[in-house]
Design a protein around this ligand. Structure first.
Ligand SMILES: [Cu+2]
Length: 283
């Protein structure tokens, strides 16, 4: 009994700590220590994903509670001592119809919002701008075909070079910059092996496959820094090719694009590492 009361104390204490730290359990744009929930949403798609996730949580909690209640009833009311002469019933048509129909209704209730979410994610609205993200071993390159047609590489900043406030393993030297409240169409491809372009707060994850263009989209509604990581095991430096997206106002974006066009003007920009140099003639 002592063990049981200790376990209860631990559960109550950790519950209280978690409830108190609720706000700190999910971050916006980047993970936070002890995060338990999804990252906060910065796009309509991620809001819908989070809403669907919470809805499913209620559904599975209700089903689990119902099954647990049935088990408890069976254990206490129908054990050998309480119920020495068991019923010999083998069929009960109304109950059989009920336990077939009820799950179908529950699945239909899940299917409707699930398909609505899939269409929202996959049906790209008319874009305000297009960016091509190319996964390479082990960094990302971003092209802006309709804002001056420039391209640049985005490499992780080493821990020793981080400035105050910059997150470790997520900070990149050249961030992908996008305007706020604009539909950004992202074309995703890989230059060597399969990578995956992922930004949790935007609710996007799209495989970057060599020789193939995949597409996704996001409309960031909050200005700030949003981070993601390559999410397909792509080689030894897979964990060191962050995706850093800076969402800025329209005017800041126009100014940045003008500067970037100058800065990254050369079409033959220098390969970012030895591997990129080795494969450069192939592209
Ligand atoms: Cu990768």
């Amino acid at each position: 009994m002592k063990v049981f009361s200790r376990l209860t104390a631990i559960a109550v204490t950790s519950g209280a700590v978690l409830a108190g730290a609720g706000a700190a359990l999910a971050g916006l744009g980047q993970p936070t220590p002890w995060e338990m929930d999804l990252q906060d949403s910065a796009t309509p798609v991620m809001e819908t994903i989070a809403g669907f996730h919470n809805f499913l949580l209620w559904v599975i909690a209700a089903i689990s509670a119902f099954v647990l209640a049935l088990l408890v009833i069976v254990i206490f009311r129908f054990n050998a001592r309480a119920n020495p002469n068991p019923s010999r019933t083998t069929h009960n048509t109304p109950i059989e119809i009920l336990w077939t129909i009820a799950p179908v209704v529950i699945l239909a209730m899940i299917a409707v919002p699930s398909f609505r979410l899939l269409f929202l994610e996959l049906d790209v609205p008319t874009p305000d701008l297009t960016i091509k993200a190319t996964g390479k071993q082990w960094f990302w390159s971003y092209s802006y075909p309709d804002n001056g047609n420039f391209e640049f590489d985005s490499l992780m900043v080493a821990e020793k070079d981080l400035k105050a406030g910059q997150p470790r393993l997520l900070t990149a030297d050249n961030e992908m910059v996008v305007p706020v409240n604009k539909v950004v169409h992202v074309l995703v491809t890989g230059a060597d092996v399969i990578h995956s372009f992922t930004v949790p707060s935007f609710g996007i994850r799209m495989d970057a496959i060599p020789g193939r263009i995949n597409e996704t989209w996001f409309k960031a509604t909050i200005e700030g820094m949003f981070y993601g990581q390559c999410s397909e095991l792509c080689g030894k430096d897979h964990s060191f090719m962050p995706i850093a997206v800076r969402v800025v106002s329209d005017s800041d974006f126009t100014a940045w694009a003008k500067d970037a066009k100058q800065k990254f003007a050369s079409a033959e920009h220098a390969p970012a590492n030895a591997y990129a140099a080795a494969i450069a003639p192939l592209h």
